[in-house]
Design a protein around this ligand. Structure first.
Ligand code: HEM
Length: 456
């Protein structure tokens, strides 16, 4: 007997139109439909079919606490590009096992052992920052976060590090295009996107194979602190051969998931701080010591007001009751991160940038979801927050960030993440060596300008 499935109301526009509307202005469209249809609404999307978008902590909790055999995260287009060895392609037992293996180094002592690498990479990139002229910080943040992952996750150095640094940015950009248009994935010849992907992927595999060989030949393998070491050890302890293809898929997954997202979050940090001189002044003061409560809260607030990923999706495998509805297998349930974060019912003065709301107070598990939730919550969440903290500290200690009264930058989708439309336009002055006090921001706006900036 078929189940009496019930879905919330929603726009009746054809899939293709919905897809186009999403490409052009997804955040605005979701807000509009939420206002019209309520906290849960149905819609159809090309390539995804029937979807229900939910936007309250209560409904989000039902999604993130569902059993792994009821909602799957896998079978998404990203998994198809990244390969069967990617966490994005796994579900249930296999997913759980892989997460158990990968999670420890992204927390605690092992994660903290990456501090020196993070600081070193931030300092090296910031050495090239120009003084007194505006530049888009995102490019520098992307190169910092790329090198940090290549060193801490891939354990790459020397020639392999340089080769991956050259290969991976164009390769991941191409991968993002293939995700949105499956037709492009076929190999139609050397110059076609599919053909180029095949060649780039082969080059990537050659470099990863060399890294694996070097690791396995290293007599001090146990002393290495990178995540590739851990993956190899886990596979060897499992009694099997090293599956190089799976290792390559998972390394690429960690890079794709962790590089642009963290760089975009850092760009939003400078974008917001340049428009909030009082918070910036307090952060400069804090950075002179070893405390970081305000810095951590600032990162949390940036991820709330400017979430870089604006939704997470699950595929319904068994009839899924949510709210007053019952979703059928084959449909998808999507948590709307952006609308939830900006809803005044769940965050006081939701539109204002106020890091103090999180000083000494943990954000609510189901109202603050920049890293998603449940069994598929971002594996690198603690690592990303640690990385943002150290890069921001390096910036504050070395530079005076100039404030601005310019309107806030718009949220722009860049393939994986939402980043500031101006790339986090930045103007800095390098602090003199041993400068005792953080200098006043040069362009401190008067109060009228400040109000405009705060509201933007
Ligand atoms: C500010 C930076 C980051 C943000 C905002 C972010 C956000 C997210 C979100 C929203 C998800 C989907 C969660 C869900 O479906 O419930 C996710 C998944 C994931 N993220 Fe992140 N992420 C960030 C950085 C990182 C880093 C640095 C890494 C690792 C180096 C990483 C690795 C992953 C992985 C492996 C998954 C898939 C987890 C699974 O399916 O089990 N992320 N991330």
């Amino acid at each position: 007997m078929s189940e009496p499935y019930r879905l919330p109301d929603g726009p009746k526009t054809p899939e293709l139109l919905n897809g186009l509307a999403f490409l052009v202005a997804r955040n605005r469209i979701i807000k509009k439909w939420q206002r019209r249809y309520g906290d849960a609404f149905s819609m159809k999307m090309p390539g995804f079919g029937q979807m229900v978008i939910v936007t309250t902590p209560e409904l989000v909790k039902q999604v993130y606490t569902a059993k792994p055999d009821v909602l799957h995260g896998g079978k998404n287009p990203l998994g198809e590009i990244l390969g069967p060895g990617s966490l994005f392609s796994m579900d249930e037992e296999q997913h759980l096992k892989e997460r158990r293996m990968l999670l420890p180094p992204f927390h605690g002592e092992r994660m903290r052992s990456y501090e020196a690498i993070i600081e070193e990479e931030a300092e090296a990139a910031m050495d090239a920052w120009p003084e007194g002229v505006e530049f888009a910080a995102i490019e520098s943040f992307q190169s910092i976060t790329l090198r940090i992952i290549l060193r801490t996750v891939f354990g790459a150095e020397g020639r392999e590090l340089a080769e991956l640094e050259r290969l991976l940015p164009p390769m991941t950009t191409l991968g993002q295009r293939l995700v949105t248009a499956p037709i492009l994935r076929r190999d139609w010849g050397r110059r076609s996107p599919g053909g180029r992907w095949k060649r780039m992927h082969a080059a990537y595999r050659r470099i990863v194979d060399k890294l694996v060989d070097d690791h396995l030949a290293d007599p001090a393998l146990d002393e290495r602190i990178d995540i590739l070491e851990l993956m190899l050890r886990a596979q060897l302890e499992d009694g099997g051969e090293v599956d190089r293809s799976d290792v390559a898929d998972e390394l690429l997954t960690l890079l794709v998931a962790g590089h642009e997202t963290t760089a975009s979050a850092l760009s939003w940090c400078v974008e917001r701080l340049r428009r909030h001189p009082e918070i910036l002044r307090r952060l400069e003061e804090e950075a002179r010591g070893e405390e970081n409560a305000l810095r951590l809260a600032t990162a949390e607030e940036v991820l709330r007001v400017r979430p870089v990923i604006n939704a997470t999706a699950r595929l319904v495998m068994k009839p899924f009751p949510i709210g007053e509805w019952l979703m059928p297998p084959g449909s998808r349930v999507v948590t709307g991160i952006a609308p939830l974060h900006k809803d005044g019912r769940f965050h006081e003065n939701a539109r204002s940038f106020d890091p103090d709301r999180y000083v000494g107070k943990k954000p609510d598990t189901y109202a603050w979801i920049p890293f998603g939730g449940g069994m598929r919550r971002c594996l690198g969440a603690a690592f990303a927050q640690f990385e943002i903290d150290i890069v921001l500290r390096t910036l504050l200690r070395n530079f005076e960030l100039q404030t601005t009264t310019a309107p806030g930058e718009r949220e722009m989708f860049r393939g994986v993440a939402f980043a500031p439309s101006g790339g986090g336009a930045t103007v800095v002055r390098r602090r003199a060596l041993g400068e005792p006090e953080a200098a006043q921001s040069a362009a401190a706006p008067d109060s009228a300008d400040l109000i405009t900036a705060l509201n933007s």
